[in-house]
Design a protein around this ligand. Structure first.
Ligand SMILES: *Cc1c(COP(=O)(O)O)cnc(C)c1O
Length: 390
């Protein structure tokens, strides 16, 4: 991709075309997939740009460059999963380091942080970042890293990234934001003060539910280089083919997000007006407590939402057996619409008491809204809701 020199390409252009038409051998438009594990030296003591695939791979690096640019960072590391991305950052810390994470962290994040703490690798503390007194008290303990997830899973609570980052920074802590639920098309945490952005590329960035991957973007180029070196040390790297698929998915990130969030808004309004729905959690609704902050720090409201059925667990069963076009499955961010029941699926491990404390009731359902026609998605939901009424 070459363009006018003076104008830095817009994010949409980076997503659609970073690395396009750069093939020197044959002029391939689509960047080639380099599967080779090792690379020939030019001669005695003369390594080329690449020597061994754990340390670097052209396909993986192209994806890393594109993500770093989209997040406004100094560099990125591509890992084998979102959890590997989080652990790449966490495992650089030591037994004296404290990591502050949200009390309603993604389940896998909570499991990883607890497992690392149980083994004495790091110290961890889970706090409600919306509770100013509790967060201020936790900052007094001198954390090394503050982790933010916004919007949260599955209640879509919105955290003010700029406000939390400023407080964390004043306390001497670095800030990492899990941006999986929105992608850089909608939210750029580094511009709001974060030091790192974590992604499960499995979700919106790839967008087609056909690979597992992750990424860490660092604001500071030297930090990105250190993470790159650490990934090479511990072997926590993304496969070239998965990187190629993710780069292919990234091409359509912006139009996918735009259409999916438009569908989500229509669905949220439809659900909010329906008699058998007790509550809808979607930051795009004026009724949502995070609506104001989301309007400020996001370019849109995303395509994830959750809602509670008035009829409790019985209604959930009826809804799930009757709903159309939404498939019962975990994960999110693909072109296809999915419905999940957090209490028996994504949040089953949490235990009943912890779920109750976090506000995750048995009648809560989470939707990942896809690219299907709005008309079909509404009809599919109507069919599910009608079954709850009978
Ligand atoms: C899925 C997810 C992860 C974990 O990513 P994997 O690719 O499944 O390892 C982390 N954070 C959030 C918010 C997620 O949705």
């Amino acid at each position: 991709m070459t363009g006018p020199d003076k104008l830095p390409p817009a994010p949409q252009t980076i997503a659609a075309a970073h690395g396009v038409a750069t093939d020197q051998s044959f002029g391939a438009i689509a960047p080639p997939l380099y599967l080779s594990s090792t690379f020939e030296f030019a001669g005695y003591n003369q390594p080329r740009a690449y020597d061994y695939g754990r340390g670097g791979n052209p396909t993986r690096d192209l994806l890393a460059e594109a993500l770093a640019k989209l997040e406004g960072g100094g560099g990125a590391v591509i890992t084998s999963s979102g959890m590997a991305a989080l652990d790449l950052l966490v495992s650089r810390h030591g037994p004296n380091d404290l990591i502050l994470a949200p009390h309603d962290s993604y389940g896998g994040t909570m499991r990883l942080l607890k497992a690392r703490a149980d083994r004495g690798h790091v110290r961890t503390r889970f706090v409600d970042q919306a509770n100013e007194a509790a967060f201020a008290a936790a900052l007094k303990e001198g954390p090394s890293l503050v982790l933010i997830e916004t919007p949260s899973n599955p209640l879509m609570r919105v955290t003010d990234i700029a406000a939390i980052s400023a407080k964390a920074r004043a306390a001497g802590a670095k800030v990492a934001v899990d941006n999986t639920f929105l992608s850089p098309a909608i939210q750029q945490p580094i511009a709001l003060g974060a030091d790192y952005v974590i992604h499960s590329t499995t979700k919106y960035l790839n967008g087609h539910s056909d690979m597992i991957g992750g990424a860490v973007v660092a604001a500071n180029p030297a930090e990105a280089e250190a993470l790159h070196s650490w990934a090479n040390t511990i072997g926590s790297i993304g496969a070239p083919f998965d990187s190629w698929l993710t780069l292919r998915g990234l091409r359509t990130l912006f139009p996918r997000m735009e259409q999916q969030q438009r569908n989500a808004m229509t669905i949220a309004e439809f659900l909010e007006s329906h008699a058998v729905v007790a509550k809808v959690h979607y930051p795009g609704l004026a009724s949502h407590p995070g609506h104001g902050v989301a309007s400020r720090q996001q370019r849109g409201f995303g395509a994830m939402l959750s809602f509670e059925l008035a009829g409790g667990e019985a209604a959930v069963r009826q809804f799930i057996s009757a709903v159309g076009f939404f498939t019962l499955a975990e994960s999110l961010g693909g072109v296809e619409s999915l419905v999940a029941h957090p209490a028996t699926m994504t949040h089953a491990d949490m235990g009943e008491d912890a779920r109750a404390a976090a506000g995750i009731s048995d009648s809560l359902l989470r939707l990942s809204v896809g690219l299907e026609a709005e008309r079909d998605l509404i009809a599919g939901l109507e069919q599910g809701l009608a079954a709850c009424e009978s």
